[in-house]
Design a protein around this ligand. Structure first.
Ligand code: HGY
Ligand code: MN
Ligand code: MN
Length: 408
């Protein structure tokens, strides 16, 4: 039996209704009412396909399908269900709903795997609230449970309290760190780029995921009167922010592709038309397939920020948020995916991932692979995100075969 595009459509559309915005996108940040509702829905789906579900101490949800040898480390698959603001319904969710559909396929074909198989929903991949990749970082033993439980979001809310709002008693939950206890990890995800669609292909087998440096820069100037303050006397934090936006763009374009650089958020205070900016905060997100180019560009941007502060007579502070080097997938796992893609008649290519994924964390403790399905117009992180249901089904067929092959 193969996967059902109709079932996948039904599950993704139902999940996509939870956290729907007026603008027609989805906003589902962790530990909000809509997130708890989505967790209940996904946990119910996992149980409906016979998985034994549990949450760990940092809010990852794990659904376990027993194998003949219960004491062998499982093969894991999964992704995230938290979103960016006004997102589409596919980013992350395809890897969770698709993994659950893969369990239905295994059940329908009477597969009893040698090893257990686990489906995971990683907590907080996007990190709109609290730190990004919190769940997979903890599962990969890269962050302590306490450092995550004691972290705060931008409004000062405590992770532990926000988590317990959903009714969980954290103390009795299992620890997330799984070093030495995962046989392999495979993530199904949308490409979030234009390549598969342009080439008319069904599947992307990921070779490596771009490295990333993400940091927040704050500038402190002096509020002043827009009319009465001579230009030579200003300490303008908004001007410093604007120069930083231009600098990230200019430095990145000088490096050339595949380097990418983004300032997604600029916040200013007081932010009124006739007051010189007293404070500003600029997010910087730089990525590259090559680690040394990434490190040198990130360093150059930080040096330029220092020069901008001097030139605008403002004070500045840089707080690092994400620092991950380019991450190569396991060749062995990618070969298994390739054999399975051929078996199901999927047209495929090998490609890298510009977007980061939980797989980057899991690659620190186990062998990993990623399976991409096409994104229409390469659109993502927007309500325009779309992938044909039959394309997702094709991805699930490759995932099912891969899980069976790896859990032998
Ligand atoms: O930003 C990213 O690459 C991911 O979609 N969170
Ligand atoms: Mn995303
Ligand atoms: Mn994602």
């Amino acid at each position: 039996m193969r996967s059902s595009a109709d079932r996948i459509k039904g599950d993704l559309e139902t999940l996509g209704e939870i956290g729907k915005t007026e603008a027609g996108g989805v906003s589902r940040f962790i530990f909000t009412d809509e997130d708890f509702e989505a967790r209940r829905f996904i946990t119910g789906l996992m149980q409906s396909v016979g998985l034994r579900t549990v949450s760990d101490k940092v809010g990852n949800i794990i659904g376990r399908r027993p194998g003949r040898n219960e004491d062998l480390p499982p093969v894991m698959t999964g992704s995230h269900i938290d979103t960016v603001p006004n997102a589409g319904i596919f980013d992350g969710c395809v890897g969770v709903v698709g993994a659950i559909e893969a369990m239905r396929v295994l059940n329908a074909n009477g597969v009893t795997s040698n090893r257990p198989i686990e489906v995971v929903v990683f907590n907080n991949e996007e990190g709109v609230r609290f730190e990004p990749l919190a769940g997979s970082k903890a599962m990969a033993c890269q962050a302590s449970v306490d450092s995550i439980l004691n972290s705060r979001d931008r409004d000062g809310a405590l992770f532990r309290e926000a988590f317990e709002r959903g009714g969980q008693r954290i103390d009795g939950l299992p620890s997330p760190c799984r070093r030495g206890r995962v046989r392999a990890f495979v993530e199904l995800h949308i490409e979030q780029g234009p390549i598969l669609e342009k080439k008319g292909l069904d599947i992307g087998i990921v070779g490596a995921i771009f490295g990333i440096r993400q940091f927040l820069t704050s500038f402190r100037g002096v509020a002043g009167h827009a009319g009465g303050t001579p230009m030579s006397m200003r300490k303008d934090a908004v001007l410093a922010a604007a120069k930083t936006v231009v600098a990230v763009d200019e430095i990145t374009k000088r490096y050339g592709p595949p380097a990418v650089g983004t300032v997604g958020s600029v916040r200013v205070y007081p932010g009124v038309v006739n007051v010189i900016g007293e404070q500003s905060e600029v997010s910087v997100d730089v990525r590259d397939s090559d680690g040394s180019r990434l490190r040198s560009r990130s360093g150059e941007v930080k040096r330029r920020i220092k020069a901008i502060a001097r030139a605008t007579s403002t004070e500045f502070e840089i707080v690092d948020r994400l620092e991950i080097d380019p991450t190569a997938m396991s060749r062995r796992i990618s070969r298994v995916i390739e054999v399975c893609a051929k078996r199901v008649g999927a047209r495929y290519t090998h490609l890298d991932s510009g977007p980061y994924h939980d797989t980057m964390m899991m690659a620190k403790i186990t062998k990993c692979g990623m399976i991409f399905v096409p994104s229409r117009d390469g659109a993502s992180h927007s309500r325009k995100e779309f992938t044909e249901w039959r394309q997702i089904a094709k991805g699930v067929d490759v995932l099912s075969e891969t899980l069976v092959a790896l859990s032998k």
